[in-house]
Design a protein around this ligand. Structure first.
Ligand SMILES: Cc1ncc(COP(=O)(O)O)c(C=O)c1O
Length: 389
């Protein structure tokens, strides 16, 4: 196993531990984040947009579980992203502390309003989603004695945060009248860009109404944006000045390369006789003598319990079924189809091995959810390793 080796024993370990091998983790379960694929996806996405359209790479929720610092630094180095999008001040501060210098927009609402001060002080760009937040931004500018940039959010049908078109106009007007606050951006979020062109058209029409009304008053924010991955790829009229993809850049959209693989190793192997049962509740019973491998990964790692008796993993390039219930820390697999399997063999739970593949979308379908949830639920217990292909 090359992936799990490397890096250092953490500072503060007892003196005797210095004699231990220098490894960051011992339990052989980890996620590989292919930063080469990420950079290629960024470039491929850009290439599908008209020249001049800027790209905000959405790295909220720990870059959809892929490790925000790793992904943001790779995006910055690739020069294929102009902005990063996060959901909270904390996420933005963590990126600044990781040395990321790209502009960062906090897409989520700022509450309590003290967080606006923290955001600006850390070089993050806040949004204004109400008259109250507009007022608070003016206070922050006064307190820091410098101009504050913000993006005004318009709710055109998502119904999550932000004022509707009329009220958004009032917010933008109030801010435009202040010297200390600049409306750098005006944006909305599409609720059905993947499946409903009419709904999307109605949202864009409402958004264009706000843009036109402001233009009539001489206000034209430099960055107008609306499109997530689906919006940008499927609705050219939603691209405006900047697009905000997440999903496609992580390769969770057709035509882009998957970035994350979840891997483990066989830590225990046995043959059970016909009639033997496996795991809690004895929900799986052997119909024939069966080679059973145990993997040190469970629902506490984000490998959902709903995958019990349903998912497949890859061993020796073959699809092998998960048998019995997924437990908190371990899962069992029928590896009879991979007769050469040995303790220590690498197992792929998400990703490719030889010609076989288990995409994140397959696990999402088995759990009745979407790939966003499958990858974001990978827990902090799983080390993320940056690799490059
Ligand atoms: C405001 C906003 N913009 C952009 C995105 C990126 O969306 P996607 O991952 O579908 O490209 C998200 C993600 O949910 C979002 O909340």
């Amino acid at each position: 196993m090359t992936a799990a080796v490397a890096l250092e024993v953490r500072p503060g370990v007892p003196a005797g531990a210095a004699a231990l091998p220098r490894r960051r983790f011992f339990r052989p379960t980890w996620a590989e984040v292919d930063l080469g694929a990420l950079a290629r996806n960024l470039r491929a996405f850009r290439a599908r947009m008209p020249a001049g359209v800027k790209l905000m790479f959405v790295v909220k929720a720990n870059a959809y579980g892929h490790d925000a610092a790793l992904c943001a630094r790779a995006a910055e180095a690739s020069r294929a992203a102009d902005w990063l999008g996060v959901s909270s001040v904390e996420e933005g501060v963590a990126l600044r502390e990781a040395g990321v210098r790209l502009p960062i927009l906090i897409l989520g609402s700022l509450y309590p309003f003290e967080s606006a001060l923290a955001a600006v002080a850390h070089g993050l760009t806040p949004i204004a989603a109400s008259l109250e937040s507009a007022r608070r931004l003016a206070e922050v500018a006064a307190r820091l004695g410098r101009r504050v940039d913000c993006h005004v959010k318009v709710d055109t049908g998502m119904g999550r945060i932000g004022p509707g078109p009329e009220a958004a106009l009032a917010v933008a007007r109030r801010l435009a009248a202040l010297k200390a606050v600049r409306v750098q951006g005006l944006y909305t979020h599409l609720a059905k860009a993947e499946e409903d062109p009419r709904f999307t058209a109605a949202q864009l029409k409402a958004f264009r109404g706000v843009i036109a009304a402001l233009a009539a008053e001489g206000v034209r924010p430099p960055l107008i944006h609306a499109a997530n991955s689906a919006g940008a790829l499927r609705h050219p009229e939603a691209r405006f000045d900047l697009v905000r993809p997440g999903l496609a850049i992580y390769g969770l959209w057709e035509g882009f390369e998957p970035v994350l693989s979840l891997k483990s190793q066989i830590v225990f192997l046995k043959t059970v006789p016909k009639g033997a049962t496996v795991s809690y509740g004895a929900t799986w019973r052997a119909r024939r003598p069966t080679r059973v491998a145990t993997l040190p990964v469970g629902y506490a790692d984000g490998y959902a319990r709903a995958l019990s008796n349903r998912a497949h993993v890859l061993v020796g390039g073959r699809r092998c079924p998960v048998i019995g219930r997924v437990t908190m820390d371990q899962v069992m697999v029928d590896v009879t189809a991979a007769p050469g399997a040995r303790v220590g063999d690498e197992v792929v739970l998400i990703g490719r091995q030889a010609a076989a593949e288990v995409p994140a979308g397959e696990l999402a379908r088995l759990c009745g959810t979407i790939p966003y949830e499958t990858v974001t639920q990978l827990s902090s217990r799983v080390p993320r390793l940056g690799v490059r292909t």
